[in-house]
Structure formats: structure tokens, C-alpha cells
Design a protein. Sequence first.
Length: 455
Amino acid sequence: MNHRRSFFKTAGATFLGAAAVSRIGAASLPEAVMQQSPATQLPPPPPNGRPFQPMVTLNGWSLPWRMKDGVKEFHLVAEPVVREIAPGMKARLWGYNGASPGPTIEAVEGDRVRIFVTNKLPEVTSVHWHGILLPSGMDGVTGLTQPPIGVGKTFMYEFVLQRPGTHMYHPHADEMVQMAMGMMGMFIIHPRDTRQFKVDRDFGFILNAYDIEPGSATPRVNTMLDFNLWTWNSRAFPGIAPLVARTGERVRIRVGNLTMTNHPIHMHGPHFEVTGTDGGWVPKSARWPEVTTDVAVGQMRAIEFDAVAGDWAIHCHKSHHTMNAMGHAVPTMIGVDQRDLAKKITSLVPDYMVMGDKGMHDMAEMEMPIPDNTLPMMTGTGPFGPIGMGGMFSVVKVRDHIARGDYQDPGPYQHPAGTLASEYTAEPPEASQATAPGADANTLQVRKPTGHQGH
Ligand SMILES: [Cu+2]
């Protein structure tokens, strides 16, 4: 009970009073717990029902339930929310119970769950329980398996959780708009046997993406592919919490993809195995070591590894997905001497700035005038200077002395002597260079297309 109380206190959670509930016409509904903080809220151990080890939702939280006659009752409220994407930028999104993504729903294989969904959006909605085995009539597809949940109305979903696994929930009503606005959450079914698939730390997040014009706060909902903010749980680096673990611990990271493109999730440091997919757990004999796993649209992947001390980057390997909105339209100027050009332009535009003639790294340090409520393209600072990343990027921070249950950022890694790359100041050994036969190594050889036969 103590844990639960302190959870509510630290989470700064607020409760919808009985009045608010009766206003939606259903006084017997379980309270809808709200949460607006983008900080990671450690879920308390389950206060009742079957035991399980809760998952840590990165920059998120888990929804408390009410046990009623052996049924776990949850209450989701679909509503407009304000989400801080990273310090310096807030977005007007739609979500559940005060945040986007909505809270993680956690329950156990064999549990009967009853989920009330109250619609406080300006339009109809529904909830689809993505990947969960259930009766067809509980699947949440507007028009096909249920009428839409009207504005101000509450629907009830009820089903028994048949298999453990990593799942998600999202609307199946005006889907493109509602998902582009941030309506989604994770749904974790823990195994009935707590020893099964046991790990020391269990993290989870959803890959999502927004198209928010620099300087504005509301996503453009008709964007199909050209999103400009690549986020984990509606957070962009450096707003994404680090994944903290102790050396030698078994760590699981669960990733679901509700963007409109695939994301090759790459982790530095220890090799991992994909241990879970949309369909449940992968048998041990069918796993192989990996450093990158592609998470396709609508898919879920759980990876596991044995933690090794260090600061290990974890990120999407599409390099434009580790950038924020600002600067996508900057032309490539590498190798272009802009000095004369700059002189001419400054006579017309006094603020004109030469950018990117030696690459773009320096932009990470540059104090550029950008519109309010906009994240710089590449940002974040480490112990050795600017990191020059944004979007889908975080750090797995593993240390020898981290207490069980401690998820606080331990600060930068102290590299043991002799294990740190450094500048070499003596005479370097001769470097070999590959050259094409007969070519001047300094001349760029351009081969023009010859005719159309090749097409
Ligand atoms: Cu990506």
C-alpha cells in the first residue's frame, strides 16, 4: 500500500472526482487516474491479483486498476492533452488520461479485464487491442465490430487474457488522424508463472512520429509519410529517459511501432536477442544474436541482453530519424565555398549565415535563431561535448553499482584507464590509400550514363 501511495504522490497524479464521473453518466466507473508529467513513473508492485514484475514505461506510467469480483477494471479517458516532446517544446496532442501515449495497461495471463473507455474528444473514437486474442466483438473496429464511441459516451470492453506478450492499444476510428495526434499505449500481458521469461529490468516504449511545423504545436494530421518529429513515447532526444541497469543484469526492451515507416533499432555494446514478437515469445532454439532489429509498422519486438558497463547509444539507424524538425530543408553545402555568395546575400539579407560547408556537426553547437516551441535539429550534450542527436535516440547506462529498482540517471560513465579513445600526438604510421589504376587519387572520377540500353 505504501508503494501505491508514494507512487500517486510522486506521480503528482490527480483523480477525477465522483462529480466528474457522474457528469459522464456512470457513477460506478472506476476512477480515471490522470498523469501529465513526461517523467518516467516507476509502477508499484501489483497491490492485488496475480503477482507480476511491472514494466518500466519510458517517460510514461502504468494505469492502476480496481479489482471488482475478480475482474481487473481499468478506465481510459480519450482526450486532448499537452505533451512536452523535449524541454523547450510542447505539442497539442490527443491521448489518454492526460498524456500521449496513454498509460501502459499491465495484467496477467488468465486475468479477466474490463476496460471502460470514455470519449472526451471532439469526435467519435474506439479502441483496438492490437495483438490481443479476444472475441471478435471486443476488437474495437468502428463500423465492423462496434458502433463508434460517441462524443461524451463511455464504452466497456471485457475479455480474458489468453497468452503473455507485448501488445498495444490505439483507435480504429478516424485512425490516420487519431494516431497522427498521438492516441496509443502499450498493453503488457505478463506470464502467470512469474519465473517464466524472467528478467531483472523490463523497459517499454512505442515508436511514434509527428509532423509539427517549426514554431507550431499541433500535428498536421493529413501527412502520410513526411513526418518531421521522430519520437519514443512522444518524446525526442534529449527528452528521452536513459535506460539504466546494473552490470550483469538481464535487461529486456519492448518496442512497438505505430509510425508509418519501419525503424531499424540499433543498440551499441552487448549483443541482444529478439525474444518476443507480436505473436508472443520466441523459443530459445529460434533466437540469434543481433545488434539491430527492424521493427516494421504495426509490429512489436522484445529484445534481451546481459548488461555490460558503459554508456551505450540505442537509436533508430535511419539517420534522419535521429534529428528533430528544424533544418530538414537546409540544402547540402559540403565542399561549396560560400564566401563570395555569402557576401552577396548579406547585402540583401543581413542575418544570412553560412551553414554546412564543412559538414553539419558544427550546427549542433550553434545558437541558431529558431522559432519558439521548436527543437534544434541536433542537440544533447555529453561529457565530451555536443552529441548532435535528436529524435529516436537514448542511452543504455550500465554501471557496476546500481541498486535493484534504481532507475535514476547515474551521470556520465567513468571509463577505466586505457579504454578511452584519445588524440594521438606522435608521428602517425603511414596510411595506405586505395586508388583506381591510372587515376589521379585527388581527381573525382565522374562516369556519365551512356545511352538508354541499360534501362
Ligand atoms: Cu527510424
